[in-house]
Design a protein around this ligand. Structure first.
Ligand SMILES: Nc1ncnc2c1ncn2[C@@H]1O[C@H](COP(=O)(O)OP(=O)(O)OP(=O)(O)O)[C@@H](O)[C@H]1O
Ligand SMILES: [Mg+2]
Length: 274
């Protein structure tokens, strides 16, 4: 409409016969508030800095028992996660996926058995409710700065930019951030100082498609080991090379990634998002 009106004014402003019409259009246009079109978020490429290499056995669970009250989640669980494996954990709600990740990260202790991490393992953990742990009063930049006090402002800003916080957005307080923004901030915190073992519990739940794709791209370049839970088909298919399925009968393991799992079992993961 603006373009059309401006065009009309340009064409007829020199003609006395159209003076009234031109005048009224000029007045009309003056009354219109011009709004900037929404900025498309700039996605800055994020290059995974190389992490120090870990030992070959990354996480080892031996004879692990875990119950909550009378609810038995694991009994005599043995599991070895080796370097460069990207294990996805499948199972219905309540199957014990988060519990497995908590055992591996030491967030919860086994009732019996042992959980050991291999030599030189540097872990990054994205917990299912990690975003709730951000300090609401701190800004994005303050949060990054508090986590990495020795990093320069420039590199923190670059990192924030790679995760979609451009310009003034790093001055936003965490309490006003959307779910997706919080998730992106937690990712930036996790990846700034590159780990070699990533434990991710539903990392893409609050992410928009563009950020999810960016994360998949970033993680596919990751040279370390991954243990993760996801209900996202593309995330699972792109990143896994081993499948652990939690069933009432115990853990079923499949070599090969999610795509091979689907081919072999003839079904998708339980609880998959479209
Ligand atoms: N701290 C706790 N106290 C008591 N019960 C718990 C505790 N944590 C988990 N549970 C129970 O243990 C079971 C496994 O929980 P877990 O969080 O590992 O499931 P999940 O597979 O991650 O499920 P979801 O897909 O919903 O995230 C559930 O029945 C849950 O209610
Ligand atoms: Mg869970």
């Amino acid at each position: 409409m603006l373009a059309k009106e401006i065009n009309f004014i340009e064409r007829f402003k020199a003609r006395a016969s159209h003076a009234a019409q031109v005048q009224s259009r000029v007045k009309k246009l003056e009354k219109i508030d011009r709004v900037e079109p929404p900025k498309r978020r700039q996605s800055v490429a994020f290059e995974f800095p190389p992490a120090p290499r870990s030992g070959d056995d990354v996480a080892h669970l031996r004879g692990v028992d875990k119950s909550y009250g009378s609810r038995v989640i694991y009994q005599g669980l043995d599991l070895l996660v080796r370097r460069r494996e990207r294990c996805c954990v499948l199972g219905v709600n309540g199957a014990g996926k988060s519990t497995l990740l908590k055992l591996v990260t030491g967030t919860t202790a086994p009732d019996a058995g042992s959980v050991t991490l291999g030599g030189s393992v540097k872990m990054g953990y994205f917990a299912q409710h990690a975003m709730e742990l951000l300090d609401g009063e701190s800004t994005v930049l303050e949060t990054l700065d508090a986590a990495f006090p020795r990093a320069g402002q420039g590199s923190l800003r670059t990192m924030a930019g790679a995760f979609g916080f451009s310009g003034d957005e790093i001055e936003k307080r965490c309490r006003v951030l959307s779910g997706g923004e919080k998730a992106r901030l937690v990712m930036a915190l996790m990846l700034y100082d590159p780990p070699n073992f990533l434990v991710l519990d539903e990392p893409t739940n609050h992410l928009d498609i563009a950020t999810k794709e960016m994360l998949i791209t970033v993680l596919s370049q990751f040279e370390g080991t991954m243990l993760f839970v996801s209900h996202d088909r593309h995330f699972l298919a792109a990143l896994s090379n081993r499948v652990l399925e939690l069933t009432p009968e115990g853990i079923h393991q499949y070599g090969g990634g999610y795509t091979e799992y689907v081919a072999r079992t003839g079904r998708e993961a339980p609880g998959l998002h479209a």
